[in-house]
Write a protein that binds this ligand. Structure first.
Ligand code: PXP
Length: 241
């Protein structure tokens, strides 16, 4: 299973002082050395952490695929189509949110049409497109209908479970959704959001998942162990699962 490392919060620390450190590219290179199979960044509409310049430099510096999360509602699409990262994950964006709050509401006609338009444009630029969605078969059907290459299933609810019965219930839904997406719709399935060193094992046991995207927990661990070691520790957890 592949590990995509989200390094947004390295830039969050940099932007806390509007400084040049910690250097994002060094973080990306060290994450690669630690075993990251991909680097993910989220270009938010308010540019609170990642900036256009970061994406331009990352695109030319990495030896693993670059995955950029964006909202199709903003003005980022033209920029992204020019830069041509390997992958784009389309996410909804609410300006007041601390982090992405949920998946795309593809059942809404406006969101569906806007997403369809964005997918077409990105794919014309040879960018692989995934859609961040909640674990629901209807959303898998809509993602397939709209011609997405992949889906990234939101693990936020799973990661916030407080009781064993909640964990069992949400895990079962994740299993059924992944199985449906892979076997019936032939979609690439990734997962992410809220995954940590403590909760990743059960998710990493779902063999048909292609990639896990993990950010906050790895960057937090890197404050004590360094980012290369923090990525290695997560890699080990996933490989042992
Ligand atoms: N996937 C998506 C679509 C996200 O928006 C985020 C958060 O930026 C992640 C994965 C990573 O989540 P976390 O930082 O909780 O590991």
């Amino acid at each position: 299973m592949l590990l995509g490392v989200n390094i947004d919060h390295v830039a969050t620390v940099r932007e806390a002082r509007k400084s040049f450190e910690p250097d994002l590219i060094t973080a990306a290179v060290l994450a690669q050395l630690g075993g990251a199979d991909g680097i993910t960044v989220h270009l938010r509409q308010d540019r609170r952490h990642i900036k256009e310049q970061d994406i331009i430099i990352l695109k030319t510096s990495l030896s693993v695929p670059l995955n950029v999360e964006i909202s199709s509602a903003g003005t980022m699409l033209d920029f992204i189509c020019n830069i041509r990262p390997d992958k784009v994950c389309l996410v909804p964006e609410n300006p007041s949110e601390i982090t992405t709050e949920g998946g795309l509401n593809l059942k809404n006609k406006k969101v569906f049409q806007q997403t369809a338009k964005a997918i077409k444009k990105l794919q014309q630029n040879e960018i692989e497109v995934s859609l961040f969605i909640e674990p629901e078969k209807d959303l898998i059907d809509l993602s397939y209908k709209i011609n997405a290459d992949a889906v990234e299933i939101n693990t936020k609810e799973y990661s916030e479970c407080e009781t064993i019965s909640q964990i069992e219930k949400t895990y079962k839904i994740l299993l059924e959704t992944v199985d449906y997406a892979v076997r019936k719709k032939n979609l690439i399935v990734n997962m992410g959001h809220g995954l940590t060193y403590d909760n990743v094992t059960a998710i990493a046991q779902i063999e048909s998942i292609t990639e896990l995207n993990i950010g906050h927990s790895i960057v937090a661990k890197s404050m004590f162990y360094g980012i290369e070691e923090a990525v290695k520790m997560m890699r080990k957890k996933i490989d042992k699962a």
